[in-house]
Design a protein around this ligand. Structure first.
Ligand code: FAD
Length: 388
């Protein structure tokens, strides 16, 4: 019997598997996808996420693949001028702190984690296996899969993303909420962007009902663009719906030339359209031996760049709670009590950040002065555990 069954091999599930393996725990992780493919685009690792990942020994691997922006600018949509906003990147550099952001391709981050888990135990990950249901009693929890397999363990973690089956079974099925936002994602080769876009600042261009984030990836060989558009007309789910560049450009036709120039250089067939969903905060994540983690517990809008970070923080705190007590039901209670308010606060703050980025008025300086800085000061490796 393995001690832990994890459902879902995304960033959260893999980080959790690694944190537990490093304590000698035997972990079994099940992923529905038949193989890990190169999906997604840029992912921001903010300081809380980096602190967590570095505590697992991944600093060198991340720094070999990630980019560090020289600044994080906010720009006006009409003029392209940089708005007065605190320069957190520079501040962290001056303090000698770890970088305020790393930018990494999701596929690279995912591979770093999967390789580390498999290096510890080549049998830890089972692909192509879709979780169906669980039953729990005083002795443990039994997970059943669509291929008929049954796995018994002391604890089960649902790290199975926004459409979490584990969550549905724990608390009843409810559809995710369409947030009225669509993202267009594209990667432009280095040679096709204006030289100043290769220089290294990440730029968030903000305007009424839209904003566009761009930053370099893979050591400046790519520029990652994500254009967010407020809409009520498209609610298809998924990460990989092909999008029409002309449609994307039309949404930004009144914007400054830098923005339009970048959009025009999006490769003809590479742009993907992605409807943004979240869910309302859950009042609890755990029943007995079964709990939720990452997007399974708190799927959120990407406007603070903290979605993946929340899953990483969850995983790091879970591994710390595991060390505290041999009572595994209590581990889950400590984990949830330590993490739930933080993750739910960030979920709601991510919604508010969309209103800030896309506000109809132009008082940007005032809005950006009231940032969510306190949310970025968190450290999952030292935050006090709630010893319930
Ligand atoms: P997820 O990353 O969603 O992982 C959940 C995993 O569980 C998935 O691999 C899924 O296949 C698996 N799963 C679901 N149901 C079952 C089941 N019944 N049985 C077995 N396995 C199951 N964020 C960005 O910022 N930029 C990106 O470019 C980006 N690209 C993404 C691409 C994809 C394909 C996905 C799934 C997510 C992407 N994200 C991206 C989101 C970001 O990775 C997540 O918001 C965040 O990392 C939370 O991760 P998670 O592990 O909780 O959930």
């Amino acid at each position: 019997m393995s001690e832990i069954t994890i459902i879902g091999g995304g960033i959260a599930g893999l980080t959790c598997a690694l944190g537990l393996q490093q304590q000698g725990v035997r972990v079994k992780l099940f992923e529905q996808a038949p193989r890990f493919e190169e999906v997604g685009a840029g992912l921001t690792l903010s300081q809380p996420a980096s602190r967590g990942l570095f505590s697992l020994g991944l600093r060198a691997a991340i720094e070999a693949m990630a980019d560090i922006p020289v600044r994080a600018d906010v720009a006006d949509y009409l003029t392209g001028m940089t708005l007065p906003a605190p320069d957190r990147v520079q501040e962290s550099r001056e303090k000698g702190d770890i970088p305020y952001f790393y930018q990494i391709h999701r596929a690279d981050m995912h591979k770093i984690l999967a390789d580390a888990v498999l290096a510890n135990d080549p049998d830890a990950i089972t692909l192509g296996t879709r979780f169906e249901k669980f039953e729990q009693d005083a002795d443990g929890v039994t997970a059943s899969f669509e291929d008929g397999r049954q796995i018994h363990s002391t604890v089960l973690i649902g790290a199975d993303g926004i459409n979490s089956r584990v969550r549905d079974l724990l608390f009843g099925a409810q559809a995710p909420r369409f947030t009225g936002q669509v993202a267009y994602r594209f990667l432009v080769p280095y040679a096709d962007v204006e030289p100043f876009m290769r220089a290294g600042p990440s730029v968030n261009s903000v305007g009424p009902g839209r904003h566009l984030l761009r930053y370099v990836l893979r050591h400046g060989t790519l520029v990652n663009g994500v254009a967010f558009v407020k809409t009520d007309s498209w609610t298809g789910e998924g990460w990989s719906t092909p999008a029409d560049n002309a449609e994307m450009l039309e949404k930004f036709k009144d914007w400054n030339d830098d923005v339009k120039g970048l959009l025009r250089n999006a490769p003809p067939s590479g742009t993907r359209k992605w409807a943004l969903f979240d869910r309302d905060p859950l009042p609890r994540w755990t029943i007995g031996r079964v709990t939720l983690m990452g997007d399974g517990a708190h799927p959120m809008l990407p406007f603070l760049g903290l979605g993946a970070a929340m899953g990483i923080e969850d995983a790091v705190v879970f591994a710390r709670a595991w060390r505290e007590t041999a009572d595994r039901i209590k581990v889950l209670a400590i984990y949830e009590a330590t993490r739930r308010d933080r993750a739910n606060d960030v979920l709601l703050a991510s919604r508010r950040q969309g209103e800030i980025n896309q506000a109809p008025d132009s008082d940007n300086a005032k809005r950006y002065a009231a940032t969510n800085q306190h949310l970025f000061d968190y450290d999952p490796t030292t935050t006090p555990l709630a010893m319930v």
